[in-house]
Ligand binder design. Structure first.
Ligand SMILES: CC(C)(COP(=O)(O)OP(=O)(O)OC[C@H]1O[C@@H](n2cnc3c(N)ncnc32)[C@H](O)[C@@H]1OP(=O)(O)O)[C@@H](O)C(=O)NCCC(=O)NCCS
Length: 193
């Protein structure tokens, strides 16, 4: 299913990416995405603490997107369910954005930005209260992300300056003591490094 996303930023490769579509990820994309993630992050990406929030938990199919051109996957963004415990955000619908990656030879051509805008638009439409991610604030603040600590949200064993949050609903925007990010399933519990 192709999606028409709004607000795509200026793209220096406008000619070639004009044919690029953003789509909901399909089962057929799985191996290609794993290969893209290995090349974008390196094979030790599985050691990252953020993966402990994903172990044995399926990503949210309606919030996993690919950027595709001529049948080739050029970018990927996925979301995992998470829980927010021990704070005012308990019970809110929270998701962990990532991994997001773009074909290395096409970095900084706007693909990541288009995936981010679609991800935020769709998470909003699907009723997500708050998006959390671990990444470089310099990149994510342009999409409205702020330090999760500003909403009183902490993520065990992650570097606090890299933990970002984007509240989508009014009740999430009002958070000051959101709570602790925890695994969503089978039980919400903090992650040990
Ligand atoms: C991060 C990533 C998804 C961004 O996608 P992209 O298509 O390359 O980025 P865009 O074209 O949308 O945006 C380019 C801008 O983002 C900046 N940018 C890209 N990655 C950045 C990073 N990690 N930190 C800070 N800024 C970054 C570029 O410098 C550029 O800035 P400018 O607009 O001021 O010139 C992509 O570069 C990538 O796959 N990187 C490797 C994997 C990775 O680090 N993923 C994110 C993990 S948190």
């Amino acid at each position: 299913m192709a999606r028409q996303e709004k607000g795509a930023p200026h793209c220096p490769f406008a000619g070639r990416t004009a044919m690029m579509t953003l789509q909901v990820e399909t089962a057929a994309d799985a191996l290609v995405i794993e290969d893209l993630l290995d090349r974008a992050f390196g094979p030790d990406r599985w050691l990252k603490t953020s993966y402990r929030y994903r172990d044995e938990i399926a990503p949210l199919p309606s919030l996993c997107f690919t950027a595709v051109e001529d049948g080739r996957v050029l970018g990927t963004v996925r979301h995992w369910p998470i829980a927010l415990a021990e704070g005012a955000a308990q019970g809110m619908t929270a998701v962990l954005l990532g991994p997001i990656a773009v074909e290395p030879s096409l970095k900084a051509t706007g693909i990541g930005g288009r995936l981010m805008h679609l991800a935020i638009q769709e998470a909003t439409r699907q009723g997500v209260d708050i998006i959390v991610l671990v990444g470089d604030p310099v990149y994510y603040q342009r999409f409205g992300f702020r330090l999760a600590a500003e909403f009183g949200i902490t993520m065990p064993n992650e570097s606090a300056p890299r933990v970002q949050a984007l509240p989508l609903s009014p009740r999430a925007q009002a958070l000051t003591h959101g709570g602790v990010v925890a695994r969503a399933f089978p039980l919400a519990y903090p992650v040990a490094a």
